[in-house]
Design a protein around this ligand. Structure first.
Ligand code: GDP
Length: 476
């Protein structure tokens, strides 16, 4: 934990200059906005005749975004949607086409800007789209603890059917516990075969409505603009079922969707407000950056005074650029902002420095001891037959308390996307007769994900059994 000299002075009701003088005597030169560590702060406080009550680390950061809202404070908010699916199935085309359906009359500006997310207004309600298709963005945000998406629209090209990245997308959505709406795209094509798509989806336990299931579906053509209004209606229907709510009358918090250093405007971040209302002049932290809201620009390029829940908005006034997926929170004052960012910066350094894997079998064993009930695993194998045999064997392991859960399996080498999913789901990655790409290895190293390689199914299954039983042979 760390604290600014100003904040320490405030808490002790002393003058900051006296603290600075005291520290100077100790040979430390500081200014009023400097952050000092907890031990130093304690020393200062005691020397100045104060009783010290150390608060826990979490006091610094938690409580910023706690769910402390009473039910009657909650109001309906628009759904936040991510579009996923196989490459070339039309994700980008669909995002572009949906953006164009936005015919909001009387709005100044009116030309949509790419800010990382946008809203579509329909007669039945507003929908927010995350403007980065695919599961990389989705997963990297989730890996950082952000729940950015309420609904996944799974795009499947009617002329191509379910493909490997379709399956990945399904598993990403499932792992995040986000409902899927199926958009069967390219129905304008002569080769379109939506029935085949529906049948193929069955294999992944997605049963669409027209087949008696409860997954909502729409046939669309992003190219011709067919049924886009229907897709929007279905999204809003799903959203009603989810009963999405937030309290608009509190200090704002949410997530960074995109950030960059703009030549003219300095650090700019697009944030998705998830609770509260963000206003001009608010002081906020975003990851390890902080600032005071100097201007808010919406997805139509229009300056606005405030942004309510589920609204994406560009924020100007940061001291540096945060990262996509970073949490942002409005705080009461600058001192607090410095305190929080300093704390986060330190945390970040610590986790980077920590050599211990965050999702290793060892880690998993201790999680089990602490009461975890599921053991997430990602399997990549050289052939479909082996992959299926492994999954079957793994799913049989477990007892009433703990079960192995295969969050994703596929044929092929271990790639970066696998690591992203493993990181987001805290899973271990098992490779059977396959290796990881060098990018995947680097990503795993950075994220602290353990990759284990096997060439005998028995060994693989046995290791997992041992880990679940709390004993594990050292890694070879
Ligand atoms: P992404 O990789 O999933 O983002 O796919 P794109 O949006 O880039 O689309 C891939 C290709 O499919 C492009 O050439 C699009 O023009 C085409 N495409 C997308 N949607 C449709 C559609 O509804 N009908 C037809 N005929 N082509 C489409």
């Amino acid at each position: 934990e760390a604290i600014t000299i100003q904040e320490l002075a405030n808490r002790m009701a002393e003058r900051a200059v006296d603290i600075i003088k005291f520290l100077m005597k100790q040979g430390e030169m500081h200014t009023i906005n400097d952050v000092i560590d907890a031990d130093t702060a304690q020393l200062v406080a005691e020397e100045m005749g104060h009783k010290v009550k150390r608060v826990s680390e979490s006091d610094v950061v938690e409580g910023l975004s706690g769910d402390t809202d009473a039910p009657e404070q909650l109001k309906a908010r628009p759904p936040v949607v991510t579009i996923m699916g196989h490459v070339d199935h039309g994700k980008t085309s669909l995002l572009d086409a949906l953006r164009k359906t936005n015919v909001v009359s009387g709005e100044a500006g009116g030309i949509t800007q790419h800010i990382g997310a946008y809203q579509v207004e329909t007669p039945n309600g507003i929908v927010t789209f995350i403007d980065t298709p695919g599961h990389e963005a989705f997963t990297s945000m989730r890996a950082r603890g952000a729940k950015a998406t309420d609904i996944v629209v799974l795009v499947v090209a009617a002329d191509d059917g379910v493909m490997p990245q379709t399956v990945e997308a399904i598993n990403h959505a499932r792992a995040a516990d986000v409902p899927i709406i199926v958009a069967i795209n390219k129905i304008d094509k002569p080769a379109a075969n939506p029935v085949r798509v529906r049948n193929e989806l069955l294999k992944y336990e997605i049963v669409v409505e027209s087949m008696g299931g409860d997954t909502l579906e729409v046939e669309v053509s992003a190219l011709k603009g067919t049924n886009l209004d229907k897709l929007l209606d279905v999204i809003l229907l799903q959203s009603e079922v989810l009963d999405l709510k937030a309290n608009p009358d509190r200090e704002a918090g949410g997530m960074v969707v995109e950030a960059q250093l703009d030549k003219g405007r300095g650090p700019v971040a697009t944030v998705l407000v998830q609770r509260g209302t963000l206003k001009l002049g608010d002081i906020f932290v975003a990851g390890s950056a902080w600032g005071r809201v100097r201007a808010l620009v919406n997805d139509k390029g229009v300056q606005v005074k405030e942004a309510s829940p589920s609204t994406p908005v560009e924020v100007l006034g940061l001291n540096s650029a945060p990262e996509a997926g970073d949490q942002f929170d409005v705080v009461p004052n600058e001192a607090r902002a410095r305190e929080v960012t300093e704390y986060r910066e330190r945390k970040r350094r610590e986790t980077r420095g920590a050599a211990s894997a965050r999702s290793s079998l060892e880690q998993m064993m201790s999680a089990i001891k602490e009461g975890a009930t599921e053991f997430p695993i990602l399997v990549k194998a050289d052939v479909q037959g082996s992959a299926e045999a492994i999954v079957q064997a793994l799913e049989k392991i477990g007892n009433a308390e703990i079960k192995a859960r295969v969050i994703h399996y596929a044929v092929g080498g271990i790639n970066e996307s696998d690591i992203g999913l493993a990181e987001a789901s805290k899973a271990v990655v098992l490779g059977f007769n396959v290796r990881a790409s060098s990018q995947a290895r680097d990503a795993a190293e950075r994220a602290g994900i353990e990759i284990r390689y096997y060439n005998i199914i028995y060994d693989l299954v046995d290791d997992i059994k041992q880990a679940m039983a709390g004993k594990l042979a050292p890694e070879l």
